[in-house]
Design a protein around this ligand. Structure first.
Ligand code: SAM
Length: 317
């Protein structure tokens, strides 16, 4: 006889709160395109996303855009010590207040713009702190870039577990082997974090369904990334990938006040290569070479690179 598989217990049955579609209808939460609203109403799916951010028991989870609260409820039901959620849409606040009442002291909701939020200040010394979010796609990349440019590093979060459009997810995890996807976002992401795609979510799982498939991405901060100034790294990747089909000796000419061939020699890079052919260590070497070249030009010592312990020691002596 065929054994029937045990059916998963949905979070609404587990947490005793009403099903999400009912919540959204009761609070008039029709999705707004301008706010990137594609809601997840399947609490088994939000449970799977929440478990990707495990272990949750001692963790403070920052969630961007809780909306009607599908992922928020899953994070709390899966045992997050606390969820701090930043939501721009004031229409969602009553629904979120009901969740906060259900989990006293474990949910803080902040009405505001995540792009304007000082997360390090908000979290204070609480740790471990992790970000888990089904991001609004129109601000997903700028938000990620902001988090990746956090100073000092290691940052205030121990992991980012984030939903992106599949194409953006591929651009985050790409290496030089994935030529089309490899670019500035991959260099910045993989310089500072270990990245991987955890799983895909079909468009049909969202209400309304977006045009494309989505992927959950994990970024784990590297404790000691190669020493490099974020701004200089940004400058060299912008110049190099801005003209990605050209050889570096040509594309780097756009870097203000630099001798492209001399810079490449300093960084020990073949000037006939293209941006998509060199790895992160070479981009870091380029940023460092640019720092040295500018210092030579001005007749001063090169700036100290963040995380550069060796130089710090020399300076302290
Ligand atoms: N977490 C919910 C879910 O999974 O069903 C909603 C996710 S929906 C893709 C994105 C959410 O981000 C929406 O609730 C939207 O109102 C919110 N949002 C959009 N722009 C925002 C911003 N700048 N800051 C904070 N939240 C924002």
């Amino acid at each position: 006889m065929r054994k029937s598989r045990p059916r998963p217990i949905s979070a609404s049955r587990r947490d005793g709160l009403p099903p999400l579609r009912e919540v959204a209808a009761a609070h008039g939460l029709l999705a707004k395109k301008s706010l990137g609203q594609n809601f997840l109403f399947d609490l088994n799916l939000t449970g799977r996303i929440a478990r990707a951010a495990a272990p949750l028991t001692n963790a403070t989870i920052v969630e961007i855009g809780p909306g009607p609260g599908g992922l928020t409820r899953a994070l709390l039901a899966e045992g997050a010590r606390k969820v701090v959620a930043v939501e721009r849409d004031g229409r969602c606040l009553t629904a979120l207040a009901e969740i906060a009442n259900h989990y006293p002291g474990r949910l803080d909701v902040i009405e505001g713009d995540a792009l304007e939020t000082d997360f390090a200040g908000l979290i204070g010394s609480e740790s471990p702190t992790r970000v888990c979010a089904n991001l609004p796609y129109h601000i997903a990349t700028p938000l990620l870039v902001r988090w990746l440019q956090t100073e000092p590093w290691p940052p205030w979060f121990d992991r980012l577990v984030l939903m992106f459009q599949r194409e953006v997810a591929e651009r985050i995890v790409a290496g030089p082997a994935e030529r089309a996807a490899y670019g500035r976002l991959a260099v910045l992401s993989n310089w500072r974090c270990e990245t991987r795609i955890l799983f895909d979510i079909p468009a049909a799982a969202f209400t309304p369904p977006p045009k494309v498939r989505s992927s959950l991405v994990e970024l784990v901060p590297r404790p000691a990334p190669l020493a490099c100034d974020t701004q200089l790294l940004s400058e060299v990747t912008q110049a190099a990938f801005g003209q990605r089909r050209k050889m570096l000796r040509q594309s780097l000419k756009s870097l203000a006040g630099s001798d492209a061939v001399g810079l490449l020699a300093r960084a020990d890079i073949d000037p006939t290569l293209r941006a998509e052919e060199i790895g992160i260590e070479r981009f870091v070497a380029l940023a460092r070479a640019l720092n040295e070249e500018r210092a030579d030009h001005l007749g001063r010592k090169p700036n100290l690179m963040p995380n550069d312990r060796r130089r710090k020691l020399i300076r302290l002596r």
